[in-house]
Design a protein around this ligand. Structure first.
Ligand code: NAD
Length: 255
C-alpha cells in the first residue's frame, strides 16, 4: 500500500497496471491526455513540467512507485511526436520524480519499452545519440527528415532502455529501483492502429508468435507489479522481455 504514479493510465497496458496496483491497495495518480487525475500532454516539455509539478503536489513529495506507460505507436504520422512522448515523456517524468521516490518506502519504478528496440541496429545512429544527449530539437529534426515513424518508435524505445541502464548507479545509490519491461505485440488500441497501418501493419500481422497468441495487457501488468514489489528487491537496471517468445524466436543467439 502506497502512492503510485502511472503514465498512460487511461488505456491498454497503463490501465491494466493501474487496476492491479489499485487492487493491491495503492492510491494511483494517473497521467494521460484524458480520463486521468493529471491530464497533460507529455509530448511537450511544458506538459511534462506540468505533470511533474502536479504529481509532486498530489503525492505531497512522497512517491512509492512509478510506471511510465504513455506511448505512441508506429502508426502515428509525425515521427517526432513518437520520440517526444516515448522517450522524453518517460525520462523527464522519472527524472522529475526521483526526489519524491527517494522519500518513498522501498521505492521502485518501471518503464515500458518494447521488444522492437533490439530488432534493428540503431545503437550508434545520430537519432538515438541525440535522444540520449537530451537534445529533443535535434532528435526531432533528424527523425522528421527521415520521415520514418517505425525508426522513431524502435529508436525511442532503444534509447529509453539505455536511459534506464545509464541511471542504475544514481538511482541505486538513492535506493530507488528502476527496471524496464519490453512487451511484444499486446492487444491494445496502439496495436490495433499499428495493424491497420500499411507499413507497420504487415510485419506485426505476420509475426508467428511461439506461444500462439497476442499478449494481453494484464500479462504485462503482472510482471510490472512483481518488479515493483518486495520480492524484486535485488532487481535493478534490467530489461525484461514479455513477448510470448517473439524476441528469442527472431534472435535466438543474442540476449
Ligand atoms: P494504448 O494506446 O492503449 O495506451 C497508451 C496511452 O498513452 C494512452 O492512454 C494515450 O492517451 C497515452 N498517451 C499517448 N500520447 C500521450 C501524450 N502525448 N501525453 C500523455 N499521454 C499520452 O497503448 P499500449 O499498447 O497500452 O501502450 C503502452 C506502452 O506499451 C507504450 O509505451 C507502448 O509503446 C508500449 N508497448 C506496447 C506494445 C503493444 O503491442 N501494445 C508493444 C510494446 C510496447
Amino acid at each position: 500500500m502506497g502512492t503510485a504514479l502511472v503514465t498512460g493510465s487511461a488505456s491498454g497496458i497503463g490501465a491494466a497496471v493501474r487496476k492491479r496496483l489499485e487492487s493491491q491497495g495503492d492510491r494511483v495518480i494517473g497521467v494521460d491526455l484524458r480520463d486521468a487525475e493529471i491530464c497533460c500532454d507529455l509530448s511537450t516539455s511544458k506538459g511534462r513540467e506540468e505533470a511533474v509539478r502536479e504529481a509532486l503536489e498530489r503525492c505531497d513529495g512522497t512517491l512509492d512507485r512509478l510506471v511510465t506507460c504513455a506511448g505512441l505507436g508506429p502508426a502515428t504520422k509525425r515521427a517526432s511526436l513518437i520520440s517526444s512522448v516515448n522517450y522524453f515523456g518517460a525520462v523527464d517524468v522519472f527524472d522529475g520524480l526521483l526526489p519524491a521516490l527517494t522519500q518513498g518506502a522501498a521505492a521502485a519504478s518501471v518503464a515500458i519499452v518494447s521488444n522492437s528496440a533490439q530488432m534493428a541496429p540503431l545503437d550508434d545512429t545520430p537519432f538515438v545519440q541525440a535522444l540520449l544527449d537530451g537534445d529533443e530539437a535535434k532528435a526531432s529534426r533528424i527523425i522528421d527528415d527521415m520521415d520514418s515513424p517505425i525508426v522513431a518508435y524502435m529508436g525511442s524505445k532503444h534509447a529509453l532502455g539505455r536511459a534506464i541502464r545509464r541511471r542504475v548507479r544514481l538511482w541505486g545509490t538513492a535506493r530507488v529501483r528502476l527496471n524496464g519491461v519490453a512487451p511484444g505485440p499486446v492487444d491494445t488500441p496502439l496495436l490495433k492502429a499499428s495493424l491497420e497501418d500499411p507499413i507497420a501493419g504487415p510485419p506485426i500481422a505476420n509475426a508467428d508468435l511461439p506461444l500462439g497468441r497476442l499478449g494481453r495487457p494484464d500479462d504485462i501488468a503482472a510482471l510490472v507489479s512483481f518488479l515493483l514489489g518486495a520480492e524484486a528487491s535485488w532487481i535493478h537496471g534490467s530489461i525484461f522481455f514479455v513477448d510470448g517468445g517473439n524476441d528469442a524466436d527472431i534472435r535466438p543467439d543474442r540476449y
